[in-house]
Write a protein that binds this ligand. Structure first.
Ligand SMILES: [Zn+2]
Ligand SMILES: [Zn+2]
Length: 320
């Protein structure tokens, strides 16, 4: 047994005390624990492209959630978004920011209903919504659509007027969308004919930069916009399966023309990701999105011809 003198024992205790104090300081200093709190999380809520509801893959319609400093920033509100937010562990009373990429139903069908669902939680969240010109009209029309119910509940249940809780911010060109202490959000007009007001969004947070393509045909300017981003979430179209789908569709020729003119093949998605030099590419808004026979390998093989970085085939409720 080794005898430890009283003096030695005391200095050892002081040393240990010093070490633990140092560890606490390291955790609390800026960039330590604070940086961890500010971590930007990405959760895919809906990964299917197009207006139909999936019956075979279970994919929800388009929506992507960013949690920045634990505040939700929601991009697009395809049908099912309220339920998917709850499934992702975000209660609806936490709704705060909504961004719409363009006025196609797979991106905005549940926009009004999501806000309505948040209102009925009685926590009355204030919500700011951002999107191309048309968003204000759409919001007004939604409130008219629900006018009888809303007016009844205000009187009958004594809850606040939801029309006073939602602020719409419209824009009609690329540029700064909003900025606060946690994030800067910018937009880029993309190519999605016949819709002219269709946008991609870029979120520059303290720890991560994330770009969401929205719906677009191959657009080299998007690569410039996404330059150096940590994560690019890009729509993707798998051409071989599309040909099969088109053959089964009565309006095949027209649908084919629309898809090819306004969406991006997996090969071209790879091109954009490579030009942008992003670290991670996430394929989402998959077209076709309800064909379970398409494997992850098939989704990525075209991309890999042009991009050598990390590729993720998006799935609902996946966190990146
Ligand atoms: Zn779409
Ligand atoms: Zn679209």
């Amino acid at each position: 047994m080794i005898a430890v003198s009283k003096a030695e024992g005391t200095s050892r205790r002081q040393f240990l005390l010093g070490v633990s104090t140092l560890s606490v300081c390291a955790l609390l200093k800026p960039g330590g624990a604070l940086a961890q709190q500010a971590r930007t999380r990405i959760i895919l809520l809906g990964t299917k492209g197009g207006p139909t509801l999936a019956t075979r893959t279970g994919r929800s319609n388009a929506s992507t959630l960013l949690l920045i400093n634990d505040v939700p920033y929601l991009v697009d509100c395809g049908y099912g978004v309220s339920r998917q937010l709850i499934n992702a562990g975000v209660s609806l009373d936490r709704l705060r920011y909504i961004f719409i990429t363009h006025e196609h139903s797979d991106h905005d069908l549940e926009y009004g209903a999501l806000f309505y669902n948040a209102w009925t939680t009685r926590q009355s969240p204030r919500v700011d919504t951002y999107g191309p010109v048309g968003l204000r009209r759409m919001t007004r029309h939604f409130f008219n659509y629900m006018k009888f119910d809303i007016d009844t509940r205000i009187v009958d249940e004594g809850i606040g007027d939801p029309r006073k809780l939602l602020t719409v911010h419209e824009f009609n060109r690329s540029g700064l969308v909003m900025q606060n202490q946690d994030v800067k959000v910018t937009s880029l007009r993309v190519r999605h004919p016949p819709i002219t007001q269709s946008y991609a969004y870029r979120f520059d947070a303290k720890d991560r930069s994330v770009v969401i393509s929205g719906d677009t045909a191959y657009a080299p300017e998007l690569a410039e916009f996404a330059k150096g981003a940590d994560v690019l979430i890009h729509e993707a179209m798998y051409l071989p399966a599309l040909e099969k789908l088109i053959q089964q569709n009565p309006g095949a020729k027209r649908l084919r023309e629309h898809l090819l003119a306004s969406h991006t093949s997996t090969e071209d998605v790879g091109r954009i990701a490579a030009q942008a030099g992003v670290k991670t590419l996430v394929l989402s808004h998959l077209v076709p999105g309800d064909d379970p026979s398409i494997t992850d390998q098939q989704w990525t093989e075209g991309v890999m011809k042009n991009f050598t970085g990390r590729i993720v085939v998006g799935k609902d409720l996946m966190e990146i």
